[in-house]
Each structure stands twice: as C-alpha cells, then as structure tokens.
Design a protein around this ligand. Structure first.
Ligand SMILES: NC(=O)c1ccc[n+]([C@@H]2O[C@H](COP(=O)([O-])OP(=O)(O)OC[C@H]3O[C@@H](n4cnc5c(N)ncnc54)[C@H](OP(=O)(O)O)[C@@H]3O)[C@@H](O)[C@H]2O)c1
Length: 232
C-alpha cells in the first residue's frame, strides 16, 4: 500500500539548513548551504548516494544501506520549489531520483524530463494535488516528500504524512531553518503524536523512524500533583 513518507536530516537543535539565504551571492557560498551540508554530510559520504550521483568512492555500511532502502521504497517524490531550484544544477542531467518528481510551486513551468527516469512536473494547485499526482505515478510504492522543510511542515500540518524519518546529526547549529516550529499552527492544548518504529545509531547520524499518529489534544492530568506517593 502506498504510504506518504518523509526523510529529513536535522541538527540536534532541529535545523535542516542554516539561516535562510536571500539577496546577493551564490547559494552554495551561503550560511544556509553550510548548515545544509553539515546535517547531510552522512548522505554525501554514503556510497549509495554517490553511485546515484555518478560520483566515485563513498562509504559502505549502515548509512549507505538506509539511503538505498529509502530510494528503493519511493515510487514518486513531492518537492518544494526552493529545493528543486537548488538541486537543478548539482543533480545534473541524470538526477538521483529515477522516478517522477512533483514540484509544488506558484510558478508554472514545462515538465522537465531528465535521463534515468527522473522528471520534474511543476504543480501549481497545491500540496494535495501534488501528492495525488505522485500517488498515481508511484506504482504502488511510497510517495516520498523530499523536502524542504517548508513543504514537509505543510504536509505534516495537513495530516497527510504517514511516516517520518529524522536523521539527527550530532551537531548544534544554533540558528537556521527549523523543521518543526510554530508554523505547524498547533493550539496551546494540541500536539502531533508519533510512534517510533525504528532507531538506528551510527557515529555520524542517528536515524529515527516514526509512524505519524496525528493531532491529539494535550491533556492536563494529575501526574505532577504528587498523588499516589508511596505511603499515601
Ligand atoms: N536537511 C535535509 O534533509 C534537507 C532536505 C531537503 C532540502 N533541504 C534544504 O531545504 C532548503 C529548501 O527548503 P525550504 O523550506 O526553504 O523550501 P521548500 O520547501 O523546498 O520550497 C518552498 C517553496 O515551495 C513553493 N511552495 C511551497 N508550498 C506551496 C504551496 N502550498 N503552493 C504553491 N507553492 C508552494 C513556494 O515557492 P514559490 O512560491 O516560489 O513557487 C515555496 O517558497 C534548502 O536549503 C535545501 O538544501 C534540506
């Protein structure tokens, strides 16, 4: 059965990239990129990623296996316009996805067909439409929300995400673009509950996979009141 899944590399303090780049200068030289490349260092080093990018070398092992498994499970991707724009150059003529990618944007554009099975279809009627188009293209495999954080937050907020895997890099960035923040629009007495289903630790990164249970009320209870002490 097709699940809507997401993967995101984050720092220990929850940032998926450094402070947002705007204005002059190349993105690759920005603080946003510096934070992004730090939290995704384990990806760039992994052999399975390097193979898909046509790069030599790379580390075999758990991190590479987890990436390979993630690519294998996805039949189509949904991506935010900023991530798609940023990747267009570096991914080159044969991007690593090898599947249809649906880019959520306000900017209409012709579909881009690349080598190796990747295409970029620009969807201007919102996240629900993009996910439905990806589901139809996924051939029974998963729809992977590729990022960035802006898009992923919207999918989580709308209750459309079935599974979230965070790859937590052992680094504190102190500032940057935070994945789970007030833009989720949760009320004071509301939360999103998740169930961890797998934890894999490596020296470079800790992978935690969650099933997303969804929004739930935050209940005040008597746990802090001290009632039920031994001797009472
Ligand atoms: N750490 C990781 O694992 C990871 C993974 C992926 C990406 N990243 C990083 O994340 C950053 C990009 O993420 P981001 O959060 O800034 O942006 P994003 O989610 O990639 O893209 C946001 C853009 O998508 C379009 N969009 C989003 N929702 C829309 C909607 N409902 N309707 C129409 N258009 C919509 C808008 O662009 P327009 O209005 O201009 O069309 C919006 O500005 C980059 O630094 C990238 O390197 C990190």
């Amino acid at each position: 059965m097709t699940k809507v899944t997401a993967q995101m590399s984050v720092s220990l303090d929850g940032y998926y990239a450094g402070p947002r780049h705007s204005g002059d200068g190349h993105w690759l030289k920005s603080a946003e990129a510096a934070g992004f490349f730090r939290v995704t260092r384990w990806v760039i080093d992994a052999m399975s990623w390097r193979e898909r990018q046509g790069f030599a070398g790379g580390e075999q092992g758990t991190n590479s296996d987890i990436l390979a498994e993630t690519f294998e499970a996805a039949g189509a991707y949904v991506m935010g316009r900023r991530m798609a724009d940023g990747g267009e150059g570096p991914w080159g003529e044969e991007p690593p996805f090898r599947a249809p990618v649906f880019v959520v944007t306000h900017r209409p554009r012709e579909t881009l067909v690349r080598k190796g099975g990747t295409s970029f279809t620009y969807v201007t009627d919102g996240i629900v439409s993009a996910i439905e188009q990806a589901r139809a293209a996924a051939n029974g495999k998963n729809v992977a929300i590729a990022g960035g954080g802006n898009l992923l937050r919207q999918v989580l907020k709308a209750g459309l995400l079935d599974e979230l895997e965070l790859h937590i890099a052992p680094v504190v960035l102190g500032a940057g673009m935070r994945l789970l923040d007030a833009d989720l629009g949760l009320g004071d007495f509301e939360a999103i509950e998740l169930t961890p289903t797998r934890v894999v630790h490596t020296p470079q990164v800790t992978h935690i996979r969650y099933t997303v249970n969804g929004r739930a009320p935050l209940m005040l209870d008597d746990r802090g009141s001290g009632s039920g002490r031994t001797g009472e």
